[in-house]
Design a binder for this molecule. Structure first.
Ligand code: 26Q
Length: 809
């Protein structure tokens, strides 16, 4: 094993020649990446084995974080950082004539998540390991990640993301730990020795094969595991579904249907739709994951009643809610528990995080579909519901309305959030405001029933990935100023407040940001052949495209600004570069139209030489973790402009803040908590608050048409959406967008917040002119961002929900 630069160089050269059969001088960046990956994995191996062994020996309580998504990002740089060998490897490679940064760019970025929820899971894994907490991820090894986005003629086009093309050096296939998952079939009940016996026949059987990825703890030898499951028929399928004639073609069909289970990640749609394959994926994850958790538990030799003392199972949104009936099934049918015992164990093992208040996004499955695909699981859910409703009838006699709101099965639908709350011991929201909305509005009846279950855990982000890795120059500056303690304890960044007026520090911060802006400008030039001015304000909105996130409000403001510049070409404004990056769900028409609109406005503005010094608009395609790492450190302005009450937390807001961008935002999600720390001086707030939005909704008194009629700026930009002219060519228009904000009762209040948004942007323009005041704000943002470290969030989960402790080997 290498422990200094020279031994690293020796090993690297040896490995390169023996693995690739190439002289060192001929190695490509991709070769360098592969060899590095292999060396690093080898280095992790012994610590990984030790951690597992030692956790098992100590019978430590462990948490398993079940999630349909883990948006982990590229692994090489982060592993080097967490192992503490980054500098050594970088220098060693340089002496051999190689560039680490170029090798890092060769790694495929695994897109195994849609956005916030998946990235949160990845930050949590990083923080669990860093604090030597026994916590593992359990997910699906999708062969295709979220689609790759290309912009063609201004439109989003989706391509498959085959991220495994060149293999994955970080994973280890554990064939020996495969488990069987069963679908379909018939349930047979019989009685033996006074006990109910359950047997499933004629089911479809498939193998779940685990692929393990090590999660390296920063600054320690602790290594947790991210276990991703892949569906495979195996060489000998255990029992193909009712293959009546046993023909070869039946066989092939069976193969294909099995492999489809872990084939691709579903994009987050604007509205919930019950797709059978998605349900299969969910059960596949829950069943495989739980079986493997229980195998590990069984090795401890403890009675099944002690499961909740040793195992915590957390579900990331309702997507893995089937762990509840699946655990019941195992306890009842395989471990011989009574219903009461099984329910007692289950409801002390499972905890649940909710990530949304949008009711249209809540998961519901058609009962018939579930019954056909998972007959035994359906029976168990029915029984849970029957007993739950019986309890409710006792508790709330005569309150039909309340009971029907709480019921798990209602009409022909199974409400997964209701099942998740009934079957878990903890329910948390992801920001203070979000949790209050859950308690007082969205899940009020559940809060009244189980007040003790509800709690808040404000989201966080890994400062290792989002600051130290993504913005190493800034990290170095922070260390220069306040020493290294903040690296282990990010709250210590608060010490930077002292430097908010220090001219030397301020100058350096400004220089770091300018370098990052130059780098991004170079990237934009290479990708899009658009020149952007590094001295302009980089105003960035980067996140999934969704109506509630209101990219449209941003576009309308840009159109208005451009109109002003056309009316008055010598207007005194600070030059602005508006940057966007966003994927839209493939079936979400309005979101895709907004992408086209952004690109249409970009074309008009960027083509116009009269405004070239003052305004540019850029849409960067294929937003991903690696692109975020390039964009965020270069942003002056962070756009967090969702309709108040709609964004559960947001985590992009925290990433920008930690990198010293200033937020323009509504009082929504975690912005509220940012504002509590930063005050009005260090943030630009605008728009309705959540209470006002709710009141308008209750009264139904919002009239967008009125605003259109009285505000000439609004009228101008709105008309430009549907009439050819400055933006739209002949025959081109954005009717659906126009209608969405004007004619319907726009639930996102785009026009209502327009005026206050424009005003906030004017304030930004003014504030930016005072460079030193601006830099002070930026430093204040960085200084306070430690609160949003996921290390802190994970400590709160560990003590408040999971009751797990650091494990020192
Ligand atoms: C559901 C059914 C079918 C296909 C896909 C889905 C699906 C997939 C992903 C539904 C939702 C998601 C992801 C949701 C998400 O990312 N929510 C965000 O979670 C963040 C972390 O808590 C919050 O910060 C954001 O506010 C929230 O929007």
């Amino acid at each position: 094993m290498f422990d200094n630069k020279e031994s690293f160089k020796d090993m690297f050269k040896k490995e390169l020649v023996s693995q690739l059969g190439k002289p060192v001088l001929q190695a490509t960046h991709a070769d360098v990446y592969r060899i590095l990956g292999m060396l690093i994995r080898e280095r992790i191996g012994p610590d990984w084995a030790n951690t597992n062994q030692s956790l098992q020996a100590a019978k430590a309580r462990q948490v398993y974080y079940f999630s349909m998504e883990f948006l982990i990002g590229r692994q090489l740089g982060n592993n080097l950082l967490n192992l503490g060998v980054l500098e050594m490897v970088r220098d060693g490679l340089e002496e051999l004539g190689f560039d680490l940064a170029a090798a890092e760019e060769e790694e495929n970025d695994p897109g195994l998540g849609n956005g916030g929820l998946g990235r949160l899971a990845a930050c949590f894994l990083d923080s669990l390991a860093a604090q030597q907490l026994p916590g593992h991820g359990c997910g699906i090894r999708y062969r295709y990640g979220l689609f790759e986005q290309k912009i063609i003629d201004g439109h989003q086009v989706e391509l498959p993301d085959y991220w495994l093309q060149r293999g994955n050096v970080w994973e280890v296939c554990r064939e020996d730990k495969k488990v069987e998952v069963r679908f379909g079939g018939q349930v047979h009940m019989s009685e033996r020795e006074n006990r109910l016996q359950i047997e499933l026949t004629d089911y479809e059987s498939i193998w779940a094969i685990p692929y393990d990825i090590p999660v390296v703890g920063s600054g320690s030898s602790h290594v947790n595991t991210l276990r991703l499951w892949s569906a495979r028929p195996g060489n000998e399928p255990i029992k193909p579904l009712a293959s009546k004639d046993g023909s070869y073609y039946n066989y092939l069909n069976y193969y294909r249907s099995v492999e489809s289970i872990s084939e691709f990640l579903y994009p987050d749609d604007s509205e919930y739709e019950g797709k059978q394959l998605r349900l299969k994926q969910q059960y596949f994850l829950c069943s495989a994951g739980l079986q493997s958790v229980l195998r590990t538990y069984d090795k401890l030799g403890l009675p099944v009643q002690s499961l909740p003392d040793k195992v915590a199972v957390h579900i990331n949104d309702t997507h893995p809610t089937l762990v509840i009936p699946e655990l019941m099934r195992i306890l009842l049918d395989e471990k011989g528990c009574s219903w009461e015992q099984a329910w007692h164990i289950t409801t002390r093992t499972v905890s649940y995080t909710n990530h949304t208040t949008l009711s249209e996004a809540l998961e519901k499955w058609p009962a018939g579909m579930l019954k056909q695909l998972l007959p035994r699981i359906y029976m168990i859910i029915e029984e849970i519901n029957t007993r739950f409703c019986a309890m409710l009838l006792q508790r709330y006699p005569g309150e039909q309305e309340r009971i029907s709101q709480l019921a798990i099965i209602y009409g022909d639908q199974i409400r997964m959030a209701n099942l998740a709350i009934a079957g878990s011991y903890s329910v948390n929201g992801v920001a203070a405001l979000h949790t209050e909305i859950l308690k007082n509005r969205e899940m009020k009846v559940f809060y009244e029933l189980y007040p003790e279950k509800f709690n808040n855990k404000t989201n966080g982000i890994s400062h290792r990935r989002w600051l130290i890795h993504a913005n190493p120059e800034l990290a170095r500056l922070i260390t220069e100023a306040i020493g290294t303690r903040w690296i282990a304890q990010p709250q210590e960044m608060i010490g930077l407040i002292k430097y908010a007026g220090d001219p030397g520090f301020m100058e350096k911060i400004t220089e770091v940001r300018r370098n990052n802006k130059l780098k991004l400008a170079k990237y934009v030039q290479e990708k899009l052949s658009i020149h952007i001015d590094p001295d302009s304000i980089f105003d960035v909105q980067a996140k999934r495209l969704h109506a509630y996130k209101r990219q449209l409000l941003n576009v309308l403001h840009m159109m208005h600004l451009y109109n002003q510049l056309k009316d008055n070409p010598s207007a005194d404004i600070v030059p602005r570069t508006f940057l966007f990056s966003a994927k839209a769900a493939p079936g979400y028409y309005l979101a895709k139209s907004i992408i086209k609109l952004i690109n249409t406005v970009a074309d008009a503005v960027n083509r116009d030489h009269a405004v070239r010094e003052k305004m540019k608009v850029v849409f960067l395609e294929n937003y991903s973790v690696s692109l975020a790492e390039k964009i965020i450190p270069a942003a002056d302005i962070s756009e967090q402009i969702s309709t108040a009450g709609k964004e559960a937390s947001g985590t992009g807001n925290m990433k920008f803040m930690m990198n010293g961008s200033i937020t323009i935002g509504t009082l929504d999600g975690a912005n509220v908590e940012m504002h509590q720390m930063l005050g009005d001086d260090n943030m630009f707030l605008f728009g309705l608050n959540a209470k006002q939005v709710m009141e308008h909704n209750q009264k139904g008194d919002y009239c967008p048409r009125h605003i259109y009629e009285v505000d000439s700026r609004v009228k101008e930009v709105m008309d430009q959406l549907i009439h050819p002219g400055r933006f739209c060519a002949e025959g081109q228009h954005f009717e659906a967008i126009y209608q969405s904000v004007l004619h319907h009762q726009d639930e996102f209040f785009v026009l209502k917040d327009f005026s206050s948004y424009v005003e906030a942007h004017l304030q930004i323009d003014l504030a930016y002119r005072n460079a030193s005041e601006w830099t002070k704000k930026s430093i204040m943002n960085i200084a306070h961002s430690g609160k949003f470290s996921s290390d802190q969030t994970i400590r709160e989960y560990a003590s408040g929900i999971w009751r797990i402790e650091p494990h020192v080997t």
